[in-house]
Design a protein around this ligand. Structure first.
Ligand SMILES: [Zn+2]
Length: 66
């Protein structure tokens, strides 16, 4: 799954949002002030999130041959 991460270069605050496909959407986001520190140093980048596997099921039938 591909998502966008918006990160503040000043305070390091970051959050994810659905992938922004258009350059205009990105530019609009990057021109906004940081919600944490107010600096206009937001940068967008793409990240790919890996789907987590469910925990392995334990096999109780431990049979040994030999
Ligand atoms: Zn900030």
């Amino acid at each position: 799954m591909i998502r966008s991460v918006v990160e503040c270069q000043t305070c390091g605050f970051s959050w994810t949002r659905p992938l922004m496909r258009s350059i205009y959407e990105r530019q609009a986001m990057e021109s906004r002030p940081c919600p944490m520190c107010g600096a206009q140093t937001l940068a967008c980048r793409k990240v790919t999130t890996v789907k987590k596997r469910p925990p392995d099921e334990r096999d109780d039938s431990a049979e040994r041959v030999g």
